[in-house]
Structure formats: structure tokens, C-alpha cells
Design a protein around this ligand. Structure first.
Ligand code: AMP
Ligand code: ZN
Length: 473
């Protein structure tokens, strides 16, 4: 497996710390609102990575947090006049619903920042003891950024360039009265409470942790000091991930993560989709229009590092594409019921061998830094093979083999392709029977009338060699 590592800025062969195992941390959402589809991109992409690596035989320990203490949560709570915990608990539940709809597996552990405060206080104390952090007179604890030699190694930023970029901020901070920060590059590890905010006791002041420290602590607690993979959206490279490295490596004295994976942005009109720009759709908005499988399919139609533009047209074409695969699976299932018994024909054996090769191709493209776009084309090739080979006289054995393969590869991408066996209301069943009878009696006028009647009820009929088939429209 080759992974593009943001740390080395090149494709690298993946070598786990422990054979057959992967420790992976993915930065999760801040829970103050329904998640938008940009937030869903890393969830879908890294869930697919996890599923694929599991399929390749790895045991994946997958940790993804919920940031449940943050200014945005406090603001939302103040607006509604409720406790911040009510906001965060509500939106964790809503996020879990969306994840289920998107067929994202629950993480091995989903830690919450507010449950890990003692660990954060401990790491901050270690950083102070080692000289990497200091408490200012108001109780704010800062990380001494210049002390960490590798600062900038992930984002490629030069510390002196950063310094000049921070002048305006430094001025603002002086006005705010925190001038005892030693250097304007120093970032916050712990901050004093403000009136009405949630707080915890600490050796420095009653207050709450900064954002970056939570991921360093949760990753250490649930996965260890050095992990295989740390992941998130590319906006997190700086400062969040850069700061996590500075904290973890200074505190633990060992490398933090061997591989850093970052997904590209989900854009709208070529601009990053984000809450602050107001140019977003929530996953819930999309669920009102489409099966969320369509959204998952859409996200995987691009390689995860490429920017991906969202539009109605692209969602429609994702729907058409997914339907094509599902229809092929449904046709193959029908042949499994009604097709020929016995061994595969020679032509089918050739096609089955070809399908086996496609499976290897699927692995090859997925091994190339998770190229899900090409993996989907492999599935389309199998669909083409199914549509051209599994025709009249096809055997049950062949249909089963190809269907299982399409479902297996789709399943690795987290796509549910099985068509649910639906039952129809008795009155609709009766109308279909009546139409069959009318056709038998060559009463085509009545047959057409019934067909239109069913169409008005949202049931479309198709006359096939295997008999009449119906679908919902
Ligand atoms: P946040 O709640 O803003 O911390 O974001 C949670 C996750 O979603 C992070 O990994 C972000 O990088 C990611 N994310 C936010 N917006 C987008 C976007 N438009 N495209 C892709 N990823 C995003
Ligand atoms: Zn994080």
C-alpha cells in the first residue's frame, strides 16, 4: 500500500509499527450544529481506508474524537439558553445518525474531550516540567513554540516567516492584556474560564483546555505514544496538526505519527464549503433528497486528496451511476433465482476469470494511495461484464459469482448494493395480476390502463423475458 505522507511530501510504502496492525487517529468534528457534507468527506474517506485495510487483513484500531468543549459550542448554548453539554450531546447523537446513514463504521473508540481533562492536565504539566510550556500570570498556559526544533516540519512553514505574519495578532493580544506571552508564536494549552463558561480545576487556574492538546492526549491514551497514521482534512495541517506534533513529541520524546493523511476540500463553486462562509449543505439536507449512499458514492468518485466540487448535476450523475450498479446486482439476483442450473458455460467461465482479474485491479488501484475513483471504474467494468454475459440462458452459478464479487468490492467502499426485497400492497399485487390476465386475453387497452394506474401510484412495470418486473419511481 502506498500512502501520500504529508510529513515527507511523497508517496511512501506503508509499513506498520506492528505487523498486521494499524493504529489510526482521525480528528473528528466540533459538535455545535449538524455536520455539513464537507465534514463528511474525511469521515467517508478514512472509513473507506479502514475498511480496505481490514479487508487486506489488518486489525485497525481506529480512534476519532468529538470536540465537545469549544467557543462555538458555548456560543450556541448561550443563544439557546441551555448548558453547553446539552448542545454537544445533542449534536453527537445527530452526528452518529448521519454517520449511520453514510454507512460509516463506529470508531473503535470515540473519545470526547470533556472526558479526558485529567490526561490533558498531566500532559501540560509534563510540558511545563520539560521547559516546553509556561503559565502566564493570569493562569493561561502557553506552548513555547520556538523551543520545539521540528516546528513547521509538517506544514513546511518556516518559523521566521510565521513570526512576521503574526505582528497584527501580537498587537491585538497586547491590547487584550496578555502581554506576558513570551513570543507571539506561542499557542494556548490551557485558558482561564470566562463568566458562564464550563471550567475545570487545574494547577494554573480554573479554566479549560486549548483545542490542540485534546488530540495529543486522546491519541496517546487510546493508541500509544507513536501511532501509524494521523488523519484529517487539509485545513488541519496548520496549525492544528503542527501543534499536535509539537506537543506530543516534546512530551513523549518519540515521533508522534509515522504517516499523515489529509483529504482535499469539498468545494462549492470552487470555494471551500464551510459553516463560516455559509455556503454549506448539511448531511441532513442531502438526506432529504437522496439516499445517503449516493453522497458516499459521490465522495468516493474522486481520489481523496483532490478537491471535489459539489453540484446538483454531479449528485444526479452519482445517483445514476449507483443505480446502474444496483440494477446489475438486482438482475444478477433474479438470474440466481430463475437462471439455468448446472455448471457455467465456457463463455461464462472466461468472464468469471476476467472478473477475478478485475479484483486484482481493484486492489492495485486502492493500493495506490486509495484511488477510489479508479476502484469505482473497476466496479463499472464488472457491471458491463455482467450486463453483456449474464443474458438469456445464463447460469445461476455465474450470476452468483459476479453478484458476490460486485457486492464484495462495493462493500469495501462501504456501499450497500443489495437491493432490498420489497413487498407490495395487496391491491397493487392484484392490479399487476389483473394486467397479466388482460394481456393474456389480448385486452391491451385494459392492460395499458392498469399500467398507467400503477404509474400514478409510483410503480413502474417492465415486461421482461423472465416475466413482469416492477420498480418504484
Ligand atoms: P471541524 O468540525 O471544522 O473541526 O471539521 C471536522 C473535519 O472536517 C476536519 O477534518 C476538517 O478538516 C474537515 N472539513 C471541514 N470542512 C471541510 C471541507 N469543506 N472539505 C473537506 N473536509 C472538511
Ligand atoms: Zn485533532
Amino acid at each position: 500500500m502506498k500512502i501520500y505522507n504529508t510529513l515527507s511530501k511523497r508517496l511512501e510504502e506503508f509499513v506498520p509499527i506492528e505487523e498486521g496492525k494499524i493504529t489510526m487517529y482521525v480528528c473528528g468534528p466540533t459538535v455545535y450544529n449538524l455536520i455539513h457534507i464537507g465534514n463528511a468527506r474525511p469521515m467517508i474517506v478514512f472509513d473507506t481506508f479502514r475498511r480496505y485495510m481490514t479487508y487486506r487483513g489488518y486489525e485497525v484500531n481506529y480512534v476519532s474524537n468529538f470536540t465537545d468543549v469549544d467557543d462555538k459550542i458555548i456560543n450556541a448554548a448561550n443563544e439557546e439558553g441551555v448548558e453547553p453539554s446539552e448542545i454537544s450531546e445533542r449534536y453527537i447523537k445527530e452526528c452518529e445518525k448521519d454517520m449511520q446513514g453514510l454507512n460509516i463504521l463506529p470508531a473503535t473508540t470515540h473519545p470526547k474531550a470533556t472526558q479526558e481533562i485529567p490526561e490533558m492536565i498531566e500532559m501540560i504539566s509534563t510540558l511545563i516540567d520539560k521547559g516546553y510550556a509556561y503559565a502566564a500570570s493570569d493562569g493561561t498556559v502557553y506552548y513555547r513554540t520556538r523551543k520545539f526544533e521540528g516546528y513547521g516540519k509538517l506544514s513546511g512553514k518556516n518559523i521566521d516567516d510565521l513570526e512576521s505574519g503574526h505582528r497584527a495578532e501580537k498587537h491585538a493580544l497586547k491590547v487584550a492584556g496578555t502581554e506576558d506571552r513570551e513570543d507571539d508564536l506561542d499557542f494556548v494549552l490551557w485558558k482561564p474560564k470566562k463568566e458562564g463558561e464550563p471550567y475545570w480545576d487545574s494547577p494554573w487556574c480554573e479554566g479549560r483546555p486549548g483545542w490542540h492538546i485534546e488530540c495529543s492526549c486522546m491519541s496517546k491514551k487510546y493508541l500509544g505514544d507513536t501511532i501509524d497514521i494521523h488523519a484529517g482534512g487539509e485545513d488541519l495541517i496548520f496549525p492544528h496538526h503542527e501543534n499536535e506534533i509539537a506537543q506530543s513529541e516534546a512530551a513523549n520524546g518519540v515521533p508522534f505519527a509515522h504517516y499523515w493523511m489529509h483529504n482535499g476540500f469539498l468545494n462549492i463553486n470552487n470555494q471551500k464549503m464551510s459553516k463560516s462562509l455559509g455556503n454549506f449543505f448539511t448531511v441532513r439536507d442531502i438526506a432529504g433528497k437522496y439516499d445517503l449512499q449516493v453522497l458516499r458514492f459521490f465522495m468516493l468518485s474522486a481520489q481523496y486528496r483532490s478537491p471535489l466540487n459539489f453540484s446538483d448535476e454531479l449528485m444526479e450523475s452519482a445517483k445514476t451511476g449507483l443505480d446502474r450498479i444496483k440494477n446489475a446486482v438486482s438482475n444478477l439476483s433474479d438470474i440466481e433465482k430463475d437462471g439455468a442450473d448446472g455448471d457455467m458455460t465456457d463463455a461464462e467461465k472466461d468472464a468469471a476469470a476476467e472478473a477475478e482479474k478485475q479484483k486484482e485491479r481493484f486492489n492495485e488501484v486502492m493500493d495506490d494511495d486509495l484511488n477510489t475513483a479508479d476502484a469505482i471504474s473497476v466496479i463499472f467494468d464488472l457491471v458491463k461484464l455482467a450486463n453483456t454475459t449474464a443474458k438469456e440462458g445464463a447460469t445461476k452459478a455465474f450470476a452468483k459469482e459476479i453478484r458476490e464479487e460486485i457486492e464484495e468490492l462495493g462493500g469495501i467502499l462501504g456501499l450497500i448494493l443489495k437491493v432490498k426485497e420489497e413487498t407490495l400492497d395487496a391491491d397493487i399485487e392484484k392490479l399487476i395480476e389483473e394486467r397479466q390476465q388482460a394481456r393474456k386475453e389480448k385486452n391491451f387497452a385494459r392492460a395499458d390502463e392498469i399500467r398507467d394506474e400503477l404509474l400514478a401510484k409510483g410503480i413502474q412495470l417492465k415486461d421482461t423475458r423472465e416475466g413482469v418486473k416492477w420498480s418504484r419511481i
